[in-house]
Design a protein. Sequence first.
Length: 455
Amino acid sequence: MLKKSFEKFREMRKSKKIISVSVIIVALTLSYMLVFNNVVGSGENAIMSTIKRGDFQIEIITTGELEAKNSVDIMGPRKLRDARIWRVTIEDILNEGTVVDKGDYVATFDNSEIKERINQQLITVEEELAAYTQVQLDTALELTKARDEVTNKTYAVRKKELELKQSEFEPPALVEMLKMELDEALRNLEQSRMNYRLVKQKCNTNMRNRTKKLNEEQERLSFFIELEKEFIIHAPEPGMVIYRRDRSGRRIGKDYELSTYYPAVATLPDLTKMISRTYVNEVDIRQIQPNQSVKIGLDAFPEKRLNGKVVRVANVGEQKPNSDAKVFEVEIEIGQSDTTLRPAMTTSNNILAELIPDVLYAPLDAIHSLGDTLTFVYLNKGLQVIRKEIEMGAVNSNEAVVKNGLQEGDVIFLSVPKDADKAKIVRLHEEIEEEEPQLSFSERIRSRFRGQNRL
C-alpha cells in the first residue's frame, strides 16, 4: 500500500513538472511575440541595419558608349557644295565591322544629281564654244576692214604727195590747194590708224572675255567629272569600318541622306585607345573633375571591370532629344588596352567624385524627417525604440554620412516600427535615458513557478 502511494506521488510530481515546462515554453513564446511585435512593429517586415565606420565614397553613375580616342573619318566628296549639291544619299556601303586595307572600296553615293550637272554643263560648254567661234570670226572681219582702211588712206597720202611734187611750176593757188589736200589725207590716215588700234583693242578684249568664259565652263565641266569619281568612296587607311552617328544618334548607313556640310560616311578607329563618352545631368556635373578615377563595366561582358579616368568635362550643357533636362558631355579614357572592346559598346561608369575617410554612415532608407527641422532614425535600444536626431553629411546613391547623433555599432530600423509616432524623440544635445527593465510575462511565470518549486 505504501509502495503504491509512493509511485502515485512520483507520477503526480512528474506530471506537474511536464505541465510546468509546457507552461514555461508557452509563456516564453507569448512573451517573445509580444516583445517583438511591440518593439519591432511589423513582424516579418521589420529590417535592421548597423551603423558602420569606414571610407565613404560619393559616386556618380552614368551610362556611356565606347568610342576610339583616335580615328580617321572616311569622307565623301568634299566639294559638293561648290557643285550646288546640298544633300546626297548613300546608295551602298560595306557592313559595319568590315576590316579594310588602304584603298579598298567602302561606299557609293547616288550620282544621279551630279550626272545631271554634267549634262547641263556640257550644253553650256557647247554654247560657249559657239560664242567663242563667232567672236573669232567677227574679230577677224573687223580687223581686216580696219587694216584695209589704213592701207587705202596710206595710198591716198602717197598720191597727194606725188601731185604736190609735180605742181612745182604750177600757179601758187593750185600748189596751195594741193598742200591742203595732202594735209587732209594725212589726217585721214592718222584717224584710220587710231581707229585700227581701237578696233584691235576691242577685239582683243572680246576674245579674252570669251576665252576666259569658255575656259571657266570647261574647267567646271572637268570639276563635275572629277567630282563624280569621288562618289565611289575608298578607305584612306587600313582598319575596321564603323558607322558614324548623326546628332540624333541614328547610324549613318545605306539609304541615309547625308548633309554636304560634313560628308563623313564612317570612321576607321584606333582600337588600342578607347574612351567612354557619357552625359552627366546639370545637378551632378559640379562634382565631376578631370583626373577622377572611374570603374567601368561592359554590358556585353558583365564579368569585366576596367579602370579609367575623366579626361574632359564640357563647359557648356546641351539638350538631349526627347528630354527637358540639360546634360554635360564627359569623356572617360580607359586605362588599359583590351582586344574585346569595340566602338558603340554600352558601358556603366562609376565616377568616384569624392572619398571621405573614416566616417560613420547609414543607409538612406533608415533616415527620416519631420518637416525641415528634424532629421532622425529609429534607434533600437533594447526593448525600446526612440527617434534619434542626427546630423547628416555627404550623400551618395545609397548611404549618407552621419556627422553627429549615432555611434558605431548602433542598430537602426530600415522599416518603420509599429507605433513609431509614439516613439520618444531624442535631440542631438540630449542623452538617451535607459528605462528600468520590467519583468516580461514569461519571466513573471518563471518566477512564480520557481516559488512553487521552492515550496
